[in-house]
Design a binder for this molecule. Structure first.
Ligand code: 5GP
Ligand code: ZN
Length: 114
């Protein structure tokens, strides 16, 4: 989708600090980090929200988690821990309507979140 911010980042049309990419997934550092490590992990395929994920996307969504695991491990957080979260819709605070995992690490993360 040409008017989607994250599609444009995935296409290289808008610059971002890339943390990881492959044929299916792109990960980049959040512009407004909420932890020492805050990476946004997206599928190259445009899917607006969790509500729009289809059965055929199951492997793709799994790949988002594998990317999170790798980025966290490469940054040295496999043992100390990290949080991976995907917001859906207004009440959860989703602001960009292209699904993305937030990977947060490098500080203690309280629970429940706000
Ligand atoms: P959401 O609120 O939809 O769960 O998360 C969207 C995230 O994307 C936010 O954490 C926000 O800081 C980040 N973000 C929004 N625009 C940009 C951008 O242009 N570049 C980067 N790197 N991150 C962005
Ligand atoms: Zn998109």
């Amino acid at each position: 989708m040409s008017n989607c911010l994250f599609c444009r980042i995935a296409a290289g049309e808008i610059p971002a600090k890339i943390a990881y990419e492959d044929n299916d997934v792109v990960a980049f550092h959040d512009i407004n980090p909420q932890a020492p490590l805050h990476v946004v992990i997206i599928p190259r395929k445009h899917i607006a929200t969790i509500n729009d994920i289809e059965a055929g996307d199951a492997e793709l969504v799994g790949k988002l988690y594998l990317a999170a695991q790798k980025i966290a491990a490469d940054a040295g957080h496999a043992e100390d821990g990290y949080r991976v979260v995907m917001n859906c819709g207004a009440d959860a605070g989703q602001s960009v309507f292209h699904i993305h995992l937030h990977l947060l690490a490098g500080r203690h993360l309280s629970w429940p979140p706000g």
